[in-house]
Design a protein around this ligand. Structure first.
Ligand SMILES: *[C@@H]1O[C@H](CO)[C@@H](O)[C@H](O)[C@H]1NC(C)=O
Ligand SMILES: *[C@@H]1O[C@H](CO)[C@@H](O)[C@H](O)[C@H]1NC(C)=O
Ligand SMILES: *[C@@H]1O[C@H](CO)[C@@H](O)[C@H](O)[C@H]1NC(C)=O
Ligand SMILES: *[C@@H]1O[C@H](CO)[C@@H](O)[C@H](O)[C@H]1NC(C)=O
Length: 476
């Protein structure tokens, strides 16, 4: 038979358990938001304190002498605590507010008398003191019952993705798992990798295409439609800051295929450039496109199949697996077999000196249509990393952090065509089609579209191209 007292205890416990659940679900939401907003501290235990402080004996009542029924659930210790006088004698099982409430002694002070277990909370889970968890690009350590987090700005910022996708900017953003966990600085440091163009490159004369000024340019042009099988899709540079090499090798390969009318359609090896274009020894730590084109002219590259990308770029700075030497009749030959021993052809491909294409929109279009894809040097803003589909334009963000990385923001890509489409606000917008080097899972199958004719992200600032160097025996 239950006494009235036991029913009281039971209903009290039920209420407490219900409240704990309410509180837990509420905490889950609140803390999540707080954590994302601030990244500084996670004070799960404070919430507990606020809820339970003083609520044990105060709610339950104090009992005279020894009374084994005078208990309540002590959540923090996962045990029962007592509010009878007897508890005082053992002094280990009293409720935390027993003294202050039942004996009217000095208020319990959490700083001098911590009574709940050490540790921190995150998503309803308790972590030991000293635990380390990763929160996007920051690591948080549980210390003194608080999460202490590093304060990096992350490359992937959920609020930026939301801003882009909610606004009518003409493109949509995505949370890329390959960028999650990187800091913004590492994004600029490892995912781009073209040095700002040298004054020499910028002062090069601009060439204009030989097509008549009045040439009718189609509304839509894609290099791979005009030259199927002769142009090359995007590779993935991963965390190797070598867009200088990827874009140069790719433009050179397309141009050699087009110029040889399909006789030489091999993709060229960016790894060959990364490992062997040695003068500055930049490799995966950025490089200059002047140097890359110099190498293509003077030394030449083997195919991508012959000298494939190394899986671990970090382990490869060891050196160049092959060189080329001249045969005295204007051709160069590789000094060694292919690093990929399945590939037998170690043919060397070379280019003419590079030339600068005029920055005028129509000149760039004529050049692509007549001679093939071109290299463009652009400035990458933080939102660009999140690009998924549409016509990219830089969406101004309030983050000042990226201004610190001005020098790291230069990137080289390949322009392969253009078009016109309804974009932001339903307006008709002109765009370039460009190949990036972040793999096919990024953007539109590795490509992106970007506003055309307005120098968006400096995309029209410096356009470079070259001819394949084919000897007469190479000509079709
Ligand atoms: C984050 O928390 C710290 C310390 O509590 C505080 O000084 C800072 O203003 C907070 N920042 C934001 C953006 O809430
Ligand atoms: C973004 O992606 C990462 C990894 O795929 C995931 O852990 C994270 O929760 C995602 N963030 C958002 C806000 O969707
Ligand atoms: C490469 O190695 C260096 C030093 O060993 C390290 O600091 C860096 O993070 C590594 N880079 C990558 C992309 O793994
Ligand atoms: C593009 O913008 C950059 C930076 O604002 C500027 O230096 C360059 O001259 C511009 N180029 C063209 C063709 O407008």
């Amino acid at each position: 038979m239950w006494t009235g007292y036991q029913i009281l205890i039971f209903s009290f416990l039920t209420t407490e358990i219900w409240m704990e659940k309410q509180y837990l679900s509420q905490r889950g939401v609140d803390l999540e938001a707080y954590f994302t907003r601030n990244h500084t501290i996670l004070e799960g235990t404070r919430f507990k304190r606020a809820i339970f402080q003083g609520r044990y004996c105060r709610n339950f009542g104090c009992c005279e002498d020894r009374d084994d029924g005078c208990v309540t659930e002590f959540y923090e210790a996962n045990a029962l605590c007592y509010c009878d006088k007897f508890c005082d004698r053992e002094n280990s099982d009293c409720c935390p507010d027993y003294k202050s409430f039942c004996r009217e002694e000095k208020e319990w002070d959490p700083h001098t008398q911590p009574w709940y277990p050490e540790g921190c909370f995150k998503d309803g889970q308790r972590y030991e003191e000293g635990s380390v968890i990763k929160e996007n690009c920051n690591s948080c350590t549980c210390s003194g019952q608080q999460w202490k987090c590093s304060q990096h700005v992350c490359l992937v910022r959920p609020e930026l993705i939301e801003q882009v996708n909610k606004g009518d900017y003409g493109w949509t953003a995505q949370n890329y798992s390959q960028f999650w966990g990187m800091t913004l600085e590492d994004g600029f440091k490892f995912r781009l990798g073209t040095l700002p163009p040298s004054p020499m490159l910028l002062s090069m004369n601009e060439m204009t295409a030989s097509l008549p000024a009045t040439t009718d340019l189609p509304e839509f042009f894609v290099a791979s439609y005009k030259w199927p099988g002769w142009t090359h899709g995007p590779l993935d540079q991963k965390n190797c800051a070598a867009s200088w090499a990827f874009s140069t090798a790719s433009v050179a390969a397309d141009r050699i295929a087009i110029q040889s009318k399909g006789r030489y359609t091999a993709n060229l090896s960016p790894q060959n450039l990364i490992s062997c274009c040695a003068k500055n020894r930049h490799g995966c730590n950025s490089g200059s496109i002047d140097r890359a084109w110099w190498y293509l002219r003077k030394r030449g590259l083997v195919s991508h199949a012959c000298y494939p990308l190394f899986k671990d770029q970090n382990a490869t700075n060891s050196g160049c697996a092959m060189a080329s030497r001249s045969d005295g009749r204007g051709k160069r030959h590789a000094t060694k077999p292919c690093p990929n021993n399945i590939e037998k052809s170690n043919r060397i491909y070379q280019c003419s000196p590079p030339y600068r294409v005029s920055s005028s929109e129509t000149e760039i279009m004529k050049e692509i249509m007549q001679n093939g894809p071109v290299q463009a040097i652009m400035k990458v803003h933080e939102d660009f990393f999140h690009y998924k589909t549409g016509i990219y334009r830089h969406v101004t963000s309030t983050n000042k952090e990226s201004e610190k990385f001005q020098k790291l923001q230069t990137h080289a890509v390949k322009l392969t065509g253009w078009g016109t489409l309804r974009g932001a606000q339903g307006r008709k917008e002109k765009f370039w089609i460009a190949a990036n080097s972040w793999g096919k899972s990024w953007g539109e199958n590795g490509y992106f579209r970007i506003l055309r004719g307005v120098n968006e992200s400096d995309i029209e600032k410096l356009i470079i191209a070259a001819w394949g160097q084919l000897t007469s025996s190479d000509e079709p």
